[in-house]
Design a protein around this ligand. Structure first.
Ligand code: C5P
Length: 224
């Protein structure tokens, strides 16, 4: 049976991972959250007080980072491990979100992550979400989706998520963080966030989850 590569890119908190996970489950494909890799690297840099403005220090630190995704039967999803420690939940913290875009803009960091992402796609049958998956990681992917959603919808969505874990978080903080990340992600020199020329746009501001899944599955069927 034919297997394809599906890429999902877009702004922060557009609901990319929700669609990606459901698609992967439906098709029996592997789901990879590329943002989790940049978040885990950021966590490592913060914990180890790495001066990421120093290229040599960044290169040295990357040599000590081992990332892998392992499927968790209990949560029924793949979770990211940083040097054998499950960091799937800590990396969602605002402390990490505040620095991740700065670190994801570093050339050496991107080369490190992209190489691993590309090797995960060798056998196809993969759904990967991020910012540069359709443009840089898998430019030949069979299906590229670019997701968008109204700003207010995105802020509200991310706020709810973070508030459940930390009731001290404010709407303002979340809004500022999303705006800052989108700004850095789309203006950086190395692989900025762009809609690939051959990507299909999925605006989910007014769509329910089943509606989004139906649209995406139809796009998949056209390519099988
Ligand atoms: O997807 P998520 O919001 O968890 O990603 C966190 C950050 O990682 C993004 O704001 C972006 O700076 C960076 N990122 C990236 N390229 C990707 C995925 C994420 O630069 N493919």
């Amino acid at each position: 049976k034919k297997k394809i590569i599906i890429t999902i890119d877009g702004w922060s908190s557009c609901g990319k991972s929700t669609v990606a996970k459901q698609l992967a489950r439906e098709l029996n494909y592997v789901y990879i959250d590329s943002g989790a890799m940049y978040r885990a690297i950021t966590l490592y840099f913060l914990r180890n007080h790495i001066d990421w403005t120093n290229t040599e220090e960044v290169k040295g630190a990357l040599k000590n980072i081992q990332l892998d995704f392992r499927y968790n039967e209990h949560s029924q999803q793949s979770e990211i491990f940083l040097n054998d420690e499950n960091v799937e939940y800590v990396i969602r913290d605002l402390v990490v979100a505040e620095k991740v875009s700065e670190i994801a803009a570093i050339r050496e960091v991107r080369e490190f992550a992209v190489k691993q992402q590309q090797s995960m796609g060798k056998k196809k049958g993969i759904v990967m979400d991020g910012r540069d998956i359709g443009t840089v990681v898998f430019p030949n992917a069979e299906l590229k989706i670019f997701m968008t959603a109204d700003n207010a919808v995105r802020v509200e969505r991310r706020f709810k998520e973070l508030y459940e874990k930390n009731p001290n978080v404010t709407i303002e903080e979340v809004k500022n963080n999303l705006e800052m990340r989108d700004y850095i992600d789309s203006n950086r020199e190395v692989s900025p966030l762009r809609q690939a020329a051959d990507a299909l746009v999925l605006d989910n501001s007014k769509l329910t989850m089943p509606e989004q899944l139906t649209i995406a599955l139809n796009w998949v069927k056209e390519r099988l």
